[in-house]
Design a protein around this ligand. Structure first.
Ligand SMILES: CC/C=C\C/C=C\C/C=C\C/C=C\C/C=C\C/C=C\CCC(=O)N[C@@H](Cc1ccccc1)C(=O)O
Ligand SMILES: [Zn+2]
Ligand SMILES: [Zn+2]
Length: 530
């Protein structure tokens, strides 16, 4: 009997154990799935974002003047202010652009010194000071650049310096990068000061550099110096070009995202070289200098720098912010990043633009070797252009390069004249009045979008303005579909005509909003008022 009972007990225990063994994990799994689904269902735009949305929209800038503004913008695009390198700027075009600005905006360039002064810096850059009445308010700076990158004219379907308008777009070098901002800021400024006659409380500056495309050392760097020497030590915020309003950039997100660059990747030029033996090409060595460097470059590409995506990354917040605006599948993913972060990170690595946001990029851009077909050269050098992720130092990147190459014959050397460390992260939460001011101005002009922070992947003139403020933002009010990305610095660069209207509107609203003490919004409404 006892044996029977014991046997029954054991069986029951086995069943229970088995039930627990299978059932518990299933239960845990179900709970997990349920928790993820609840997170996805309940995800919504945070209140502080919602409250920044305007209750109404509509252009503040007088429509009847738009054609005139457009004409001036096209005229600006027709001046080929090309920067080839720091010693090769198109000085006659820069001179022409200077005269063009002065004659297009006479009220900004003299005779109204009680409101605005303009200083020409390094011959072709501009610094405007708009004096506010309340000295207790910290000034801010709007920055842009008027030079453009060269063109491969035969690859364009339009004359890059004709500024052709096809009804929907204007095609021209500089339309997107960055003359829309130069002209948009000045149009808004002229309207703000002289048409609307706004009384300026908060002083602000407009800095327009002329050599951003080749370093900014004569333009933005000197503007920063002039400001500093004038005793301007602190800015409330700095806004320069950077990210834009992007469509189809984030997987699963159909809504345009206005990405604000709250930080910027670092920059490093690294040479990878070997000094070996030369000789007759009829008796080549087993490994030539060219072969050794080719192998090194090939390894750098095969073993890219590590990637970073965790709860302390800006990109994590980008996606959390995107969650309420995503398809259901991506709501599920973006509202449960604690679980899906590895999947997301791997998906990001698939495309060049998103990969650039999560890792230091490695771009071999120049290769020098050889000088005669029948001579084996003793030296070969490849140049690598790294964009350094804020989670790494430049030293980390170099160490990784050396390790990956793993060949003591290869010298890996940093160009110490040109490197830039990753920028600090500017505040982007509900406690940052400056970020909120920017987000509010964006949403007033692009109400169909949502605003999210990101790390700018290329370098901007903001590197020269970092000491003025901890609130440095990189954003331009232009629309870009990810498919159009090759047009940047590429062929058939363009901007939608309607977008130019929004550009002017955006800078005007920013000036109005920033002028309000305590940065109060133009229209505030409670969530339940809509
Ligand atoms: C989490 C975020 C996810 C996704 C983002 C996805 C894609 C990002 C896509 C697009 C980028 C969007 C906009 C960029 C727009 C315009 C370019 C603005 C600035 C470029 C500045 C620039 O090109 N700087 C040069 C400076 C330089 C000049 C000479 C020598 C070295 C540097 C540069 O960085 O090369
Ligand atoms: Zn630019
Ligand atoms: Zn550029």
């Amino acid at each position: 009997m006892l044996a029977w009972l014991t046997a029954r007990g054991t069986k029951r225990r086995r069943w229970i154990a088995c039930g627990l063994g299978v059932g518990l994990p299933v239960l845990v799994l179900l709970a997990l799935v349920l928790a993820c689904l609840i997170n996805a269902w309940s995800v919504s735009e945070p209140d502080w974002h919602y409250q920044l949305r305007p209750s109404g929209s509509g252009h503040l800038i007088n429509d009847s003047l738009f054609e005139e503004r457009l004409g001036r913008f096209q005229a600006a695009l027709r001046i080929p202010t090309i920067s080839v390198d720091a010693r090769n700027l198109n000085e006659s075009a820069l001179e022409e652009f200077k005269n063009f600005l002065q004659t297009s905006f006479p009220r900004l360039h003299g005779g109204n010194e009680d409101k605005i002064t303009c200083e020409v810096v390094s011959n072709y850059s501009f610094l405007y000071e708009i004096k506010g009445s309340d000295e207790s308010l910290t000034p801010y700076l709007l920055a842009a650049h008027l030079d453009v990158v060269p063109v491969e004219e035969d690859k364009w379907n339009y004359d890059p310096f004709e500024a052709m308008k096809d009804g929907e777009y204007i095609y021209a070098r500089g339309a997107f990068d960055d003359k829309h901002a130069v002209m948009g800021i000045l149009e808004a400024l002229d309207y703000f000061l002289f048409t609307k006659n706004e009384s300026v409380k908060r002083t602000f500056y407009v800095g327009i550099g002329h050599d951003e495309e080749v370093s900014g050392r004569q333009g933005a760097a000197k503007i920063a110096e002039v400001l500093h020497n004038r005793g301007v030590k602190t800015m409330d915020f700095v806004l320069d070009e950077g990210f834009v309003v992007l469509t189809n950039a984030l997987p699963g997100v159909q809504v345009p995202v206005a990405l604000v660059g709250v930080s910027e990747k670092g920059y490093a030029e690294v040479s990878v070289s070997v000094d070996g033996v030369s000789g007759h090409s009829s008796m080549p060595p087993k490994e030539s200098a060219i072969g050794i460097i080719s192998k090194a470059v090939s390894r750098l590409e095969a073993y890219p720098q590590p990637h970073f995506f965790d709860s302390s990354s800006v990109e994590y917040t980008t996606l959390e912010t995107a969650a309420p605006h995503s398809s259901f599948l991506y709501k599920l993913i973006y509202s449960n990043l604690w679980l899906f972060k590895n999947i997301v990170s791997n998906q990001f690595l698939e495309s060049a633009s998103t990969a650039a946001t999560v890792r230091t990029t490695t771009a071999p851009t120049l290769f020098n070797a050889g000088y005669k077909i029948n001579v084996v050269p003793s030296t070969a050098t490849a140049y690598i252009n790294h964009r350094v992720h804020p989670k790494q130092t430049i030293e980390d990147v170099l160490e990784y390069d050396r390790e990956v190459i793993g060949d003591s014959r290869v010298n890996v050397t940093l160009n110490t004249d040109t490197y830039i460390r990753p920028h600090p992260i500017s505040p982007y939460g509900p406690d940052s009045p400056q970020y909120k001011l920017l987000a509010r101005s964006i949403l007033e002009v692009f109400p169909q979008s949502f605003v999210a922070p990101g790390t700018m992947i290329a370098t901007t003139d903001t590197k020269y303005y970092l000491n003025f403020s901890k609130n440095v933002y990189r954003f331009a009010p232009t629309f870009l579909d990810i498919e159009d990305m090759p047009r940047l610095h590429g062929h058939d660069e363009r901007i939608r005509v309607e977008n130019y209207r929004e550009v002017v509107d955006f800078f005007f609203r920013l000036m109005v909003n920033a002028n309000q003490v305590n940065a109060r919004p133009l229209h505030v409404h409670a969530r339940n008022e809509l």
